[in-house]
Design a protein around this ligand. Structure first.
Ligand SMILES: Cc1ncc(COP(=O)(O)O)c(C=O)c1O
Length: 434
């Protein structure tokens, strides 16, 4: 039995099956966009630990900042005896958050916690209870985050009842025949059928749906949501957990739409692999809950805050926003060409380096091919590339290449995607190349 197989057997015995596991590959070491498993096999990482590694594995500056903090202290609890790294990071995030209003922040530990806290803050600010989210969206695995998530299996099935007064509208996805107007009409229907706008505390949206399939909310939709929220005094919450920190070619994806959110969530690539999440928002809204109402034992860990400060420095010094746009263009020109050749690629799309292909049967957007998607993830891993699937119908491959990856690595990974797809679909080119 191989070392990976042995660990896999022990894993299956040790962990509850609810904890998913994409690949039986056990990592021993990782740097930038490469990982090596316990058997010494090399993998290119196009998953980034699910969007956590925009600055790559163990960026030397992040590593040095963490080592320095570890020499000083590792925990005191931000709510008891605070420390400078947390204050400095909060100040920087407040400045970076889109829009001119004065901002305040809180730190928490996970993305789901950030989402939960947005709803707490929005309810405290408005005195209202209703929340509207979008079908296919993903906001986490805690109870309110699950309620907001617009996908039943596997995230919600068997776990109800959920917090009340949560409603879902369809996300505008032109490829699936849902227009911006359809989504806006659906919101009006919610106000007509379910809850009056005066009782809605918040509308929450991902500017690019992550788990749901990398669908990009059109700027005019986000702008319309801004107007709707202003009209009714609703708090607009933008979930930037997967889209943030240069991934889409801007620091935050919402910047593409040019609007200011009331509250936004941040996590994942914020701290380059250390658990840290934040809510940043308009100061008057953020200050609604009373002292002690927000926080957590590990919220704003000094180690993670030190990492976060280094991540922000790397993004700026290495122009990772520009790099995200360049990676996105390289990947899209290759994937568009591949889509011409392989009919199973129904759509290739991107916002910066948030890149995806949607796999369908016979070029039909309504005939998802989750089996091919699963097979591609497996085949690519056998060839040394880690990729992730996603999508409401489990038929989207999403690429989250570290923005620090070299062109050579990006090309090598794309080559594996092309080769794997050709093999799996029996594309003519495979025979020519064979
Ligand atoms: C958009 C979005 N929101 C919330 C979450 C939940 O974050 P976490 O897994 O850190 O709780 C995720 C995680 O994938 C996400 O992509």
């Amino acid at each position: 039995m191989s070392a990976n197989q042995d660990l896999q057997q022990r894993r299956d015995a040790a962990f509850a099956r609810g904890l998913g596991n994409q690949l039986p590959v056990y990592i021993e070491r990782a740097r930038n966009a490469e990982m090596w498993d316990v058997e010494g096999r090399r993998y290119i990482d196009f998953a980034g630990g699910i969007a956590v590694l925009n600055t790559g594995h163990l960026h030397p500056k992040v590593q040095a900042a963490v080592a320095k903090q570890l020499d000083a202290f590792s925990h005191t609890c931000l709510m008891i005896t605070p420390y400078a790294v947390a204050v400095e990071l909060a100040e920087k995030l407040n400045k970076l958050a889109p829009g001119p209003s004065p901002k305040k922040a809180i730190f928490v530990t996970t993305g789901a916690e950030a989402v939960e806290n947005c709803i707490k803050i929005a309810r405290a600010h408005t005195g209202r209870s209703g929340v509207i989210a979008f079908g296919g969206g993903f906001h986490g695995r805690t109870f309110m985050a699950m309620a907001l998530t617009g996908k039943v299996a596997p995230y919600k099935a068997g776990f109800g009842p959920f917090p009340a007064e949560v409603y879902h509208a369809p996300f505008p996805i032109a490829y699936h025949g849902v227009s911006v107007q359809d989504s806006l009409d659906a919101l009006e229907h919610i106000f007509k059928y379910d809850i009056e706008p005066a009782r809605v505390a918040a509308i929450i949206i991902e500017p690019v749906m992550g788990e749901g399939g990398f669908y990009i909310a059109p700027p005019e939709f986000l702008q319309a949501l801004r107007r709707l929220c202003d009209q009714h005094g609703i708090v607009l919450v933008v979930d930037e957990i997967q889209t943030g920190f240069a991934r889409t070619g801007r620091m935050f994806a919402l910047e593409h739409a040019g609007i200011e959110p009331d509250l936004m969530t941040m996590a994942k690539s914020l701290a380059g692999g250390f658990p840290l999440a934040a809510v940043v928002g308009k100061a008057n809204i953020m200050d609604a809950p009373g002292p002690g109402g927000l926080g957590g034992t590990y919220a704003g860990s000094p180690i993670a805050c030190a990492a976060g400060l280094a991540v922000l420095e790397v993004i700026e010094q290495e122009n990772l926003c520009g790099r995200a746009r360049a990676i996105g263009e390289t990947m899209m020109s290759s994937l568009r060409a591949l889509a011409q050749e392989i009919p199973a690629i129904g759509d290739a799309r991107n916002l910066g380096a948030m890149v995806a292909i949607e796999l369908v049967k016979n070029r039909d957007p309504h005939a998802p091919d989750p089996d091919l998607t699963k097979a591609l993830v497996k085949r690519a891993s056998e060839k040394g590339l880690v990729i992730l699937s996603c999508g409401l119908y489990a038929n989207v491959i999403r690429f989250l290449v570290p923005l620090t990856a070299s062109d050579a690595i990006v090309r090598e990974g794309l080559g594996i995607v092309a080769e794997s797809l050709r093999e799996l679909t029996g594309s003519v080119k495979a025979a020519v190349n064979a």
